[in-house]
Design a protein around this ligand. Structure first.
Ligand code: HBI
Ligand code: FE
Length: 339
């Protein structure tokens, strides 16, 4: 070879992937986390009947995904219908009632409106029985947010999960958390998805925010995926809204809205010295804490509009950067050399 030509060896984690061009390209079968055997920290650990039930419902979702791929025609009527047990319905009813009460004072108004609209559209049965995902999908599709739901068997791989958001698709589990711990689950379950995530996805501005995070992920190299996961985590999962006209922070993140401990933590946050950081998606974000209790700080936005503007600009920036073959990680490195 030419001795003057130094070949550049790229780190494989810094290479831009071929992005999916439609939701059909997004693989919903790459699951992470709890598999057939639950770990010790799972409330269902050692409960064979629960483990079996959860696995059966999960498998139905994966089989749905495989059927849809073959047919290349995703239709809402084929979302598996689950016959929920009286115990599962009771768990749904208890959590929903408690959250509905608490959210009046602690959630942002757009969430409360979304929850009310969603329940009204689902009909009176929805307050006492776990709604069918096929029905929720219809409600969401015809709402201003224009999202749709796809069933999934468990915690989906972050790239598949985030990519799908760009195509207005939210992956939702269908199994119910363990009845011994109605207010805690270490993994997403249908209560977390329906009570935590879907009410705000009825809202157009919020749905746009979520689509922006998805869009930023489409061309993201592997080395940026964890950062984008954190952007999602500190907004859609645990974000709070602190508007100038309200004297306290209000929840909009699903992990706060579907957890009594988080809602109580947020209620006492101003008195207990919990810190609030303004959203800055460009800079490194703090380590995610999963298993050590409630959040020690929250990332805040002033309004959904404020968040939409920030994430819109951020997604445009990522697309542009990735289009030039540069990762956020490399961009940050180059910035630090300049200063
Ligand atoms: N999978 N089923 C499901 N539900 C989620 O809420 C979810 C997921 N996979 C990843 C994820 N959320 C995020 O926390 C990020 O890792 C993108
Ligand atoms: Fe979630």
């Amino acid at each position: 070879g030419n001795p003057n030509h130094r070949s550049i060896v790229r780190d494989p984690k810094d290479v831009i992937p071929v992005p999916p061009t439609s939701i059909t390209d997004v693989d919903p079968t790459r699951l992470l986390g709890y598999g057939a055997d639950l770990e010790e920290n799972h409330p269902g650990y050692g409960d064979d009947a629960y483990t079996q039930r959860r696995a059966d419902i999960g498998r139905a979702a994966t089989e749905f995904a495989i059927r849809v791929r073959r047919a290349e025609n995703e239709h809402e009527s084929t979302i598996p219908h689950i016959q929920y047990t009286a115990e599962e319905d009771a768990c749904w009813r208890d959590v929903l009632q408690t959250i509905k009460k608490k959210s009046q004072d602690l959630a942002c108004p757009e969430y409360n409106a979304g929850l009310e609209d969603m329940l009204a559209a689902l009909g009176p049965e929805a307050t006492t029985r776990v709604p069918q995902l096929a029905d929720v999908d219809k409600v969401l599709r015809s709402s201003p947010g224009q999202f749709r739901v796809r069933p999934v068997g468990g915690l989906l791989h972050p790239r598949s999960f985030l990519n799908a958001l760009a195509f207005s698709t939210f992956h939702s589990t269908q199994y119910v958390r363990h009845p011994n711990e109605p207010f805690y689950t270490p993994e997403p379950d249908i209560i977390h998805e329906l009570v935590g995530h879907l009410p705000l996805l009825m809202n157009e501005t919020f749905a746009d925010c979520v689509r922006h995070v998805g869009r930023a992920s489409l061309l993201a190299p592997e080395c940026d995926m964890w950062h984008l996961t954190k952007v999602y985590w500190y907004t859609v999962e645990f974000g709070v809204m602190h508007s100038k006209s309200v004297d306290r922070p209000l929840a909009y993140g699903a992990g706060v809205l579907s957890s009594i401990a988080e809602l109580d933590n947020l209620a006492g946050a101003l008195d207990n010295g919990v810190t609030f950081l303004p959203l800055n998606p460009y800079e490194p974000l703090p380590k995610i804490s999963y298993n050590d209790g409630v959040q020690k700080f929250y990332v805040s936005v002033q309004s959904l509009r404020d968040m939409e503007r920030k994430l819109h600009t951020f997604a445009d920036f990522c697309e542009n950067l990735y289009g030039q073959g540069v990762s956020l990680k490399t961009w940050r490195h180059l910035q630090s050399l300049k200063n």
